[in-house]
Design a protein around this ligand. Structure first.
Ligand code: F6P
Length: 341
């Protein structure tokens, strides 16, 4: 069998471990694997070559992606999907494994609907894909953000300051909620539930009155605190928040709190730092299992599926289900917001 693999969208910890898993399973079955560079761009522009397990053997613990990635959307090019399908045929691919988030897998879903043999692997630090309990890269990003929030806690205590920290998460607040909760942050603002700067002011004042020297507040980048009408969008129509002109959420909220509470406040934006880090053990193991499962699905002739983490197992769901979005739900929010004190 000739298997193609590509990585699309933002990078995340565990991408090389998925490729490594695919390569090991494929080579054990006597398959050839073609690595496509820079996501859908590589399929459109013919940038690919054979890859081997030996190339990826030592990469299980590395961040980033050796295959490279892009936010190229073939559906934004004239006859883009036709070109992708034609190149897949010219390359002699029996199946394409697309590793990506809702954008990349959305393209995979369209190709599959046209009869192309495609299998998806869900990838996003944002953890906002409905078909999988967790997406690889998420817990690594959470671990990293948690450690940095803890650092901000100690410096905040040393200086008796309010610390505001902004964490990635475009539409969903999962990273902020999990990292903030794990670090014991005092308040977390996420896009799914109304986030009021005034509530933040009330909390820091109440904590000051109760004798606390410092307060740590986490805000997700996707919360709408500052006008974002001039923000550039990517080819899938998503706002590139990291490129937004003017003040970011953390700086805005820090200024708002300091002006109204009179308490010295500092802001930090974690940005891409939590995405580029080395995968933790969970993500290394799960990425490996997802890669192996994708090859298993290919051999079983089960195309149009996304491999997915369900509980402690790795299973398969239709691509159409896998690409639906997953937001923080009421019950999860109710549990964690009790700790906003
Ligand atoms: O991949 C998801 C994500 O990390 C979002 O959390 C963030 O808004 C976006 O990507 C950043 O994209 P870019 O790397 O293109 O700035």
């Amino acid at each position: 069998m000739k298997i193609g693999i590509l990585n699309g969208g933002g990078d995340c910890a565990g991408l090389n471990a998925v490729s490594r898993g695919v390569l090991r399973a494929a080579e054990a079955a006597g398959d050839t694997v073609i690595g496509i560079r820079r996501g859908w761009a590589g399929l459109l522009e013919g940038e690919y070559g054979e890859i081997r397990y030996a190339d990826f053997e030592g990469l299980i613990g590395t961040g980033g992606t050796a295959l490279e990635t892009s936010r190229t959307n073939p559906m934004k090019r004239q006859n883009g999907l036709d070109a992708v399908a034609e190149n897949m045929r010219n390359m002699g691919l029996d199946v394409l494994i697309a590793v990506g988030g809702d954008d990349t897998l959305g393209v995979a879903r369209e190709l599959s609907a046209r009869g192309e043999k495609v299998i998806g692997v869900p990838k996003t630090i944002d953890n906002d894909l409905a078909g999988t309990d967790f997406s690889f890269g998420f817990f690594t990003a959470v671990d990293e953000a948690m450690r940095m929030i803890e650092s901000l806690q100690t410096t905040g205590l040393s200086h008796s300051r309010i610390m505001v920290v902004e964490v990635m998460g475009r539409d969903a607040g999962w990273i902020s909620l999990y990292a903030g909760t794990a670090a014991g942050a005092n308040m977390i603002l996420i896009p799914e539930f109304s986030a009021s700067p005034e509530d933040a002011v009330k909390l820091v004042k109440a904590r000051k009155d109760a004798g606390h020297r410092s307060t740590v507040i986490v805000v997700a980048e996707g919360v709408n605190l500052v006008p974002r009408d001039k923000v550039e969008k990517d080819e899938f129509g998503h706002e590139l928040i990291a490129k937004a002109p003017g003040e970011n959420n953390a700086a805005y909220l820090a200024r708002y709190i300091e002006e109204r509470s009179g308490l010295e406040t500092r802001s930090t934006v974690l940005g891409h730092t939590i995405r580029g880090t080395r995968p933790n053990a969970y993500d290394r193991v799960m990425s490996t299992r997802l890669g192996v499962k994708a090859v298993d699905a290919a051999h079983g002739g089960r195309f149009g599926v996304m491999v997915a983490i369900r509980g402690a197992s790795v299973s398969e769901v239709p691509l159409s289900e896998g690409t639906k979005k997953k937001y923080v739900d009421e019950e999860t929010w109710r549990i964690f917001r009790q700790f906003f004190v």
